[in-house]
Design a protein around this ligand. Sequence first.
Ligand code: PXG
Length: 288
Amino acid sequence: MKIYLNGKLVDRARATVSVFDHGLLYGDGVFEGIRAYRRRVFKLPAHVDRLFESAHTLMLKVPLTKSALQRAVIQTLKANRLSDAYIRVVVTRGPGDLGLDPRKCSTPTLIIITDRIVLYPERIYRDGMAIVTVPTQRNIPEALNPQIKSLNYLNNILAKIEATNAGVEEAIMLNAQGYVAECTGDNLFIVTRGALLTPPPYIGLLRGITRDTVMDLARALRMPVREVVLTRHDLFNADECFLTGTAAEIVPVVRVDGRPIGAGVPGRATATLRDAFHRLTRTDGVRY
Ligand code: PXG
């Protein structure tokens, strides 16, 4: 396996970074998770734009232009002869000293890993997933905006541990006011009386690229789509619920905190959106 590291394609065993890299010492860096389907990179420009926005907020300079970064992603996919892949782009502050001052880090580290994707088992998509709300609240935007896809994922990892301890695969994270924000690596939607509802970004969540895509698909299907503040009560009484993310795509949710959602089986709107999404991943995207 070849890894892109600072402008070179190197063997996996040689793809190493310094123990002084602030990505490791402080989680000072940003990343993206991207998918390729049948030699097409899905929503590549949107992922590159989001990476640059995250980096800009941290005053971290991505060492390539947007178009050069797109080319580097494709170069890495081709080097590994992958037609379906999960792509991880990481930009760290780079090596510095043991202090946290980012000015001491002169050269950012750029990593592109392309690998086969590990999916949820098929039965999760067929029968739906049970999820729970967890005690760990989503970071408040005033402290660390969830819109920054940074290498600091401890907030999400704590929630994931709580979900695992509760015997489920995913956690619903609430914001500091108790409103539904998102899951640890996925956004959350409900369907209520025919309308598709999801929390607005100001609640404190990552504006997922799959989330935006699903809202566009729903509008094209003439479904009403609204960003609204949601409570746990709204989830419990929804007709359908599902999660969206690059890795998971669209996952039906059939239980929240022990309450069955709707009929307790994956819903019709969820299935329709899954079909539409599946078609899009096979026809859209940057070809290579
Ligand atoms: N919320 C958070 C907090 C995320 O990290 C999403 C939503 C979905 O966004 P996209 O743009 O992918 O629709 C993410 C996605 C994984 C994994 O292995 C996923 C993410 C990060 C790390 C790992 O599932 N991000």
